[in-house]
Design a protein around this ligand. Structure first.
Ligand code: 6PG
Length: 245
């Protein structure tokens, strides 16, 4: 198993620029090869700079792109915590906003219902070849505790092997999240992690150099069958890796 590719870049802006190029190249390659590009967007703060660059940068095949989400908070779409809102605002001005090919997770529903609803949507959108949907590109972030999407340490969703989408109780936030499961993340054609900031240094070292179980560092459970995983990280996040670019 080759293991993930790591690129250490100057700062968040350089990470966002490299990620925007990545999305651009993969989008056109998929559209030229198959007529459409299926993209799972990540939440949190780090991807905001990427989405802005996608909006302002070289033209993407917006009308041939299917936008989905890797996870969502259990909140309405107008909430400041909503990943759908974050993406919509960052991509403002682009046809993304009013296109019908944006499939958000309905965080306003009870978490189990939102998960079942989104799984149904994904079954319609990307009927998986080997039982799980094959996104062309899955964007992921990394939490300071080693979580990714909404797969948190010691949380119930870590052991889900059948469902595509599940609700997940996150004890430390005393709330549910709705998240894609490991089988879906690992059925993706390619996974791109964006990681920035010194608060991620410990977790990044654990993911790339550690041996902890997935129950403790969930991002270590992202091992796609395609073996195509890349970490675009900034120097601060890479501080624990003992590497310079
Ligand atoms: C979310 C994300 C989550 C995120 C990490 C990193 O909904 O919060 O999907 O997995 O990627 O928590 O978050 P930041 O980018 O905000 O540091």
């Amino acid at each position: 198993m080759a293991g993930p590719t790591l690129r250490v870049l100057e700062g968040l802006d350089a990470v966002a620029r490299a990620a925007a190029q990545w999305v651009h190249d993969r989008a056109w390659a998929a559209v030229n090869a198959r007529g459409r590009f299926t993209l799972a967007l990540s939440g949190g703060n780090t991807p905001r700079a990427l989405y802005r660059r996608m909006a302002d940068g070289p033209r993407l095949p917006w009308d041939r792109t299917v936008f989905c989400f890797g996870d969502e908070r259990n909140v309405p779409p107008d909430s400041s915590e909503s990943n759908a809102r974050m993406a919509k605002e960052a991509l403002t001005g682009q046809p993304f906003v009013n296109q019908s090919s944006v499939y958000r997770i309905k965080g306003e529903l009870p978490a189990d219902e939102a998960a079942a609803d989104y799984e149904q949507t994904l079954h319609t959108l990307c009927p998986g070849a080997n039982g799980f949907p094959g996104f062309d590109l899955i964007l992921l972030g990394l939490g300071p505790d080693g979580h990714t999407a909404s797969l948190f340490p010691h949380s119930p969703a870590l052991v889900e092997r059948k469902r595509w989408v599940t609700s997940n109780w996150v004890e430390k936030f005393r709330t549910h999240r709705i998240t894609l499961t490991f089988p879906v993340l690992n059925a993706g054609t390619e996974v791109l992690f964006m990681v920035a900031g010194e608060d991620k240094a410990w977790a990044l070292k654990e993911v790339l150099k550690g041996h902890a179980p997935v129950s403790e560092i969930p991002a270590r459970g992202v091992v796609p069958t395609s073996e195509k995983v890349t970490f675009l990280v900034d120097r601060a996040a890479a501080a624990g890796l003992g590497q310079s670019t």
